[in-house]
Write a protein that binds this ligand. Structure first.
Ligand code: ZN
Ligand code: ZN
Length: 307
């Protein structure tokens, strides 16, 4: 028996097993956002998708559940899976889009079709790609940095931001919508301008950091929040990413998102996104805990969680 085998179970296992797994099946224990329940719910629908539901109003962010596989994403026109989209986002009053890449925006036109009173908020590129899919002017609204919108009990501020740096893909990324028709395939969907969203409701504030970059000035005006929902994909190119979120927002809770592989169907067991570097993220969270008392809270994908 080698030394590693001998010492492994004694020295490594207890530390490793104490670490939170990447995709827990259980919801966080009640009281995860303080002892007084608000009567609201949050659902992480996969990728950067989040649904908030409070006082009978439901809004969503970066709603995407159609998850085409790699062949469809590269070679075929984008096609939403209506049943999955309605199951996840049926009844929403608004959909806020961080940027227009397909893994954030591919399902918003389908949401607008299935929810005729819903309005899609996002960049010029987001609203234009909706129009090109037949969404009416009444159902789209282009946001600008610092703009706030009120939807029922929610006040949502658009905060100009930047995309995380994706190695190689960055070099072939489509930035703006060209020509007149739709992009040939999901992979060709343009990025457009990037926004994060700050959401206040019921005395709580959430910050949805939808992609792992920063726009310095808009981010510098942000005040502390209760919850930051942090995109983990492609964060390695942004120096001190989690530390910087912590310094500016001093969150009570950090919730990871965009850490599942969105080329796999949403009803399968979640797999990590390439280069997730989960242990590094956990170390970064410990740093936030020591400085601001931040707690890591994980939402099981597709499961509605109360708070
Ligand atoms: Zn993107
Ligand atoms: Zn993305």
């Amino acid at each position: 028996m080698c030394l590693a085998c001998l010492t492994g179970p004694m020295m490594v296992a207890p530390i490793a097993s104490a670490r939170p797994e990447i995709f827990p099946a259980q919801a966080p224990a009640p009281g995860w956002l303080g002892p007084d329940a608000l009567g609201a719910t949050i659902t992480w629908t996969g990728c950067a998708g989040i649904v908030l539901d409070y006082e009978g109003t439901k809004i969503c962010f970066d709603p995407f559940v159609s998850n085409p596989g790699v062949v469809d994403a590269l070679l075929r026109p984008a096609k939403s899976k209506s049943d999955l989209v309605q199951r996840a986002f049926g009844g929403v009053a608004a959909a806020f889009v961080g940027h227009t890449h397909w893994d954030h925006a591919m399902d918003v036109a389908e949401i607008a079709r299935g929810n005729p009173d819903a309005v899609v908020y996002g960049s010029e590129t987001t609203t234009e790609i909706c129009r090109r899919q037949g969404v009416s002017e009444r159902q789209v609204h282009t946001v600008v940095d610092g703009e706030t919108r009120t939807i029922g009990p929610f006040t949502v501020e658009a905060v100009a931001s930047q995309h995380g740096i994706v190695p190689i893909a960055n070099k072939i990324d489509v930035l703006e919508l060209r020509g007149t028709g739709m992009p040939r395939s999901p992979f060709r969907w343009p990025r457009g301008q990037v926004f994060s969203y700050r959401v206040a409701f019921g005395g709580r504030t959430f910050y949805l950091h939808t992609s792992a970059g920063f726009e310095d000035e808009p981010f510098a005006r942000q005040q502390p929040v209760d919850v930051v929902i942090a995109c983990l994909a492609a964060r390695q190119g942004t120096p001190d990413y989690i530390a910087r979120l912590g310094r500016q927002l001093q969150p009570k809770v950090i919730i990871p998102c965009h850490h599942d592989n969105f080329l796999k169907p949403v009803d399968d067991k979640p797999q990590p996104v390439p280069r997730l570097e989960w242990p590094v993220f956990l170390e970064d969270c410990l740093e936030l805990t020591s400085k601001y008392g931040t707690r890591l809270v994980q939402l099981p994908r597709g499961r509605t969680v109360e708070f």
